[in-house]
Structure formats: C-alpha cells, structure tokens
Design a protein around this ligand. Structure first.
Ligand code: BG6
Length: 368
C-alpha cells in the first residue's frame, strides 16, 4: 500500500512530479489558461484590482508564494493572510476584490468562514482545492482543483507543491484577463511550469542523501531555516514540517532579518538550513545570503545549504550542500521544498515517531 515505503509520506513525496503535472494538465487550451470551474465572467476577472489569499497551515505557505507570482505577472496588489486572522478583522473588500481560498480538504472551518465573510462583502471567491465537491469549492465563484490524489500523511507534501502550481495558474489567468502579459508570454510561463515535474524528479534522485542527513540531524534540539524572497516561504514550510513531524523546535526567518535578532540564537553546532537563490537569476540576493552563511558559519552553525547546481560559491561554507536543478526564480520553491520534506520525515522516523500520524494533528480541521 505504501508502495514499499516505510511510511506513506515518503510515497507521497515521490508522487510530486505526477501531482504537479496532473494539476497543470488541461489548463492551457488553444493558447489560453482556463480554470476548472468559472461562475464569473471574464469581465469580472478583468475588473479585479486587489487580491487576498486566505489559507491555513501549509496551504498558507503556498499562498505566500502566490503573492510573488501574481504581483509580478499582473501588477495587482496581493495580500496573503491566515484565514483565522482575516475573518476577525475588518478587511477592505468589494466586488472588484478577488479572494483566493486555498485548502487541500476544502473543509477547513477557518478558510470556509473567511470565504463566507468575503462573499458577504461582495468579493469574488476563487478556490484552490484537492477534493472534488468539498464545501469551499462549492461556495466559490471559480475553482482550480489540485490533482494530487488522496494524501494519507497528515502533514501536507504533494498537495503543497500542487497548490503552488495551481496558484501560478491563477496568476497566469489574471495576467491573461488583465492583458499584463501577452498571450505568448503566458504560454511561455506555462511551459516553464510544465518542465517542473522533471526537475522535481531530478531532486528526488538524491532522496537518499536527504534521508541520511535527516538521521544525522535527529539528535539536534532545534533547527533554524533562512530564506529570502520565494526562499522565505520554503524556509517556513521546512520549519513547519519539522514541528509537525519531529516535534522539534524549528523556526524560519527571512534572511534579511538575521541581524535584527535571530543571529543571537546561533551557537556551536546549531543546524541552520539556508535556501540560496540562483546566482544568475537573483545575483544581489544571492550575495546577501552568501554573507549570511559566512556570518552564521563563523558563529559555529552547522550549515545545510540548498543551492543551484554549479553554484560553487557556497561550497566552502556548507557543511552539507544540496544541489538543486536550475529553474526560473518563481519556480524554485517547487524543487527546494522537496529535500526539506524528506529531512523532516527522516528525523521523525529516526526519533521513532509515526510519520504519517503525528501526535495532536488532524488532516482536516473542521472546527474554528
Ligand atoms: C491542517 C493540516 O491542520 O490543516 C495541514 O494538518 C494543512 O497539513 C492545514 O496544511 C490546512 O488544511 P487544508 O485542508 O485547508 O489545506
């Protein structure tokens, strides 16, 4: 059942190339991006002048990435908020606001209530969901389904990367509706997304390396994660996986904040995972992160670095280096997250915990 794996989560981690490919499939028709369900007009989409993304947990981390892509492609301002926070303040919404609700189960109470609140204020709602016929897509004006298949592991893995792919489809659909990208540019972005499953498969080839590192890190008391730009949500997701599965204190920081506090936490032997941007795609950020690695290394951190293949600049400062295939900047999270999922699962296993059913957690939280 687990396909020869020690736990379902590992099988689900390995299913990510398929989950992403299946989520993308069928969304480019005659050179145009199409949604799965659309109960609003193209004019409604064109009129969108503000986007709110609401979600919980891992889905929220995928939503953070939606902000980078949608703003970059459409120039529409995007806010991303935890569903449980959004609902209890007084967000400014009207009929030209699009609220994107992301939920694997489609039943999460906080996300559903946030959606209802948005609809009461006349906002349009688009759902990203992995479950056909669930409440959240049923109550939405438009839907993109992630086709990750059922996820047994309580901690989300393949549904996360599928959500990221779906978020990007939303960004491209909006760019197309608004005309902020030419049709051939939209097609080109879509094709770059289509190349991601192969890149993820490449990362999965070094799964053994991530598992071995997980075993080594298992006795650690805490792990820190650093990232910047799209690497920051990756760091947050890496830390969340570790809390959920290994019950370990894990915290992620935007690397630019290092000097404003977190550097005080660095002590001898503390593992710090750093998500490096591409030296070509994001040269300025790359050099800033490179100095961050030097700073933490000088203070005794045990550095685990995820960097683009061929990025030799980091090697002298990396106690452990994971090489990632070169992909466009916005898509890097889809490859960078994979080793972090495996490391968290392996630490949990090495500690003797049930990877698929972590204590105190439920797959879907239907109470507020
Ligand atoms: C949880 C799950 O508590 O709910 C997480 O354990 C998940 O894995 C979160 O990310 C949100 O769930 P959903 O179904 O709305 O995506």
């Amino acid at each position: 059942e687990k396909g020869g794996h020690d736990y379902f989560m590992l099988k689900e981690i390995e299913e990510q190339p398929t989950a992403i490919a299946d989520t993308l499939r069928g969304h480019l028709v005659d050179g145009r991006i199409v949604l799965d369900e659309q109960r609003l007009t193209d004019q409604d989409l064109r009129d969108v002048d503000k986007v709110f993304v609401v979600a919980c947990g891992t889905a929220y981390h995928s939503g953070l990435l939606a902000k980078y892509a949608i703003e970059h492609w459409t120039r529409i301002p995007v806010e991303i908020e935890l569903a449980s926070e959004f609902r209890y303040r007084d967000p400014v919404l009207d009929r030209s606001t699009l609220v994107v609700a992301i939920s694997q189960s489609g039943e999460t109470a906080d996300t559903l209530e946030a959606l209802r609140h948005a609809k009461d204020q006349k906002a349009r709602v688009l759902a990203i969901c992995n479950t056909n016929g669930a409440q959240i897509p049923r109550e939405s004006d438009a839907v993109i389904y992630t086709h990750a298949g059922p996820e047994i592991g309580v901690a989300a893995t393949k549904t996360f990367t599928a959500q990221v792919a779906a978020n990007y489809l939303v960004g491209l659909a909006l760019a197309q509706a608004r005309g902020t990208k030419y049709p051939d540019e939209v097609v080109r972005e879509y094709e770059q997304l289509e190349a991601i499953p192969a890149a993820v498969a490449e990362v999965l080839e070094s799964l053994g390396e991530a598992r071995a590192l997980g075993q080594e890190l298992a006795p650690s008391k805490a792990v820190l994660f650093l990232g910047r730009h799209v690497g920051y949500p990756v760091a947050l997701e890496g830390a969340l996986k570790l809390k959920e599965l290994a019950y370990m204190h894990a915290e992620a920081f935007a690397a630019g904040e290092l000097k404003h506090g977190p550097i005080a936490l660095i002590e001898d032997g503390l593992p710090v995972v750093v998500v490096m941007p591409s030296p070509k795609g994001r040269a300025v950020l790359h050099s800033k992160l490179l100095s961050n690695i030097q700073e933490i290394k000088a203070r005794g951190a045990r550095t685990v670095v995820l960097a683009e293949t061929g990025d030799e600049t980091v090697r002298p400062f990396a106690d452990h280096l994971f090489e990632l295939p070169a992909v466009p900047t916005l898509l890097q999270p889809l490859v960078a997250t994979i080793p972090l999922q495996v490391i968290a699962a392996e630490i949990a296993r090495a500690r003797g915990y049930d990877v698929d059913k972590p204590r105190n957690l439920a797959k879907s939280v239907t109470v507020e």
